[in-house]
Design a protein around this ligand. Structure first.
Ligand code: LHQ
Length: 258
């Protein structure tokens, strides 16, 4: 069984982490396969949105801890640089929306992968745990970057130091995730959200993502300048012509993604 299921439906790539008996804990194979699938999402123009979810009762329990102690495994020195950091950078640098659909527990690197996605929704019974401190580690996979920006320094610090498990509803109230939905509606809500995004002007969505990535470390002047530059490029797309024409003709726009 491959550790990742991959399908393309209605211009949405659905990536399912597939080690359900281990709550989709990441081993080297799964991390490298996820990178490969993200590369396919980048290069295939038929894909206009990515949905990332888990098979079984968990989203991901983070690093497979058995692999860390395995002397024939990749070893601590390579896990972040070869497994997680390339995944986070691929998600953030993809010029298409990535939606995390969190179907159960998201712990450690599993939580932080979900939280670096553009939009994260979760089922009501899902949970988020910065599990790292419980085993003497620090949050990785971009957790120290994204979590304080999502929920503020105090709450991020407390969650990271205490390693408390937060339910999806509480995560939603804190602004950690975009939405919390009924468990039995999650898959459908995730698909509908992704289909909606896939039918939008993909180039402009990619520019939005690029501008938001930049805003985290930019001065106002630099951000205004980037907005200006990206806006010129957005205005040069066929989707912009279609968007304005459709508005003036009082009809729904038919965006093609270019
Ligand atoms: C697991 C795991 C797991 C293996 C559940 N590994 N089997 C970066 C740098 C380098 C090294 C380390 O890692 C990192 C990044 C990280 O992600 S560090 C954080 C690693 N993750 C954790 O510490 C979480 C460990 N897991 C848990 O705390 C719990 O399992 C959670 C809270 C996720 C879920 O609890 P439960 O719902 O009660 O499930 P469970 O504990 O019964 O787990 C179900 C099975 O999955 C069980 O196997 P078994 O054979 O007994 O049924 C677990 O052993 C296995 N599993 N997490 N990370």
């Amino acid at each position: 069984m491959p550790s990742i299921d991959f399908e393309i439906t209605d211009q949405v790539a659905i990536i399912r982490l597939n080690r359900p008996e281990k709550l989709n804990a990441f081993n080297r194979e799964m991390s490298l396969l996820l990178q490969e699938k993200m590369d396919e999402c980048a290069s295939n123009p038929d894909i206009r949105c990515v949905m990332l979810t888990g098979n079984g009762k968990g989203f991901s329990a983070g690093q497979d801890l058995a692999e860390v102690l395995d002397t024939s495994g990749p070893g601590m020195a390579r896990i972040l640089s070869e497994h997680y950091n390339p995944v986070i950078l691929r998600i953030r640098n993809l010029r298409k929306p990535v939606v995390a659909v969190v179907n159960g527990v998201a712990a450690g690197a599993g939580a932080n992968i979900a939280l670096c996605c553009d939009i994260t929704i979760a089922g009501a019974s899902a949970s988020f745990v910065q599990a790292f401190s419980k085993i003497g580690l620090i949050p990785d996979s971009g957790g120290t970057y994204f979590l304080p920006r999502l929920i503020g320094l105090q709450r991020a610090t407390a969650l990271m130091m205490l390693g408390d498990k937060i339910g999806a509803q509480q995560a939603f109230k804190m602004g950690m995730i975009y939405n919390c939905v009924d468990d039995n509606q999650l898959e459908e809500e995730g698909r509908l959200l992704c289909q909606k995004l896939a039918a939008m002007p993909t180039t402009a969505l990619g520019f939005i993502k690029q501008a938001l990535n930049h805003s985290a470390h930019a001065t106002l002047e630099a951000q205004l300048s980037l907005e200006d530059q990206l806006q010129q490029q957005a205005a040069a797309t066929a989707d912009f012509q279609e968007g304005v024409t459709a508005f003036l003709e009082k009809r729904p726009a038919l965006f093609k993604g270019d």
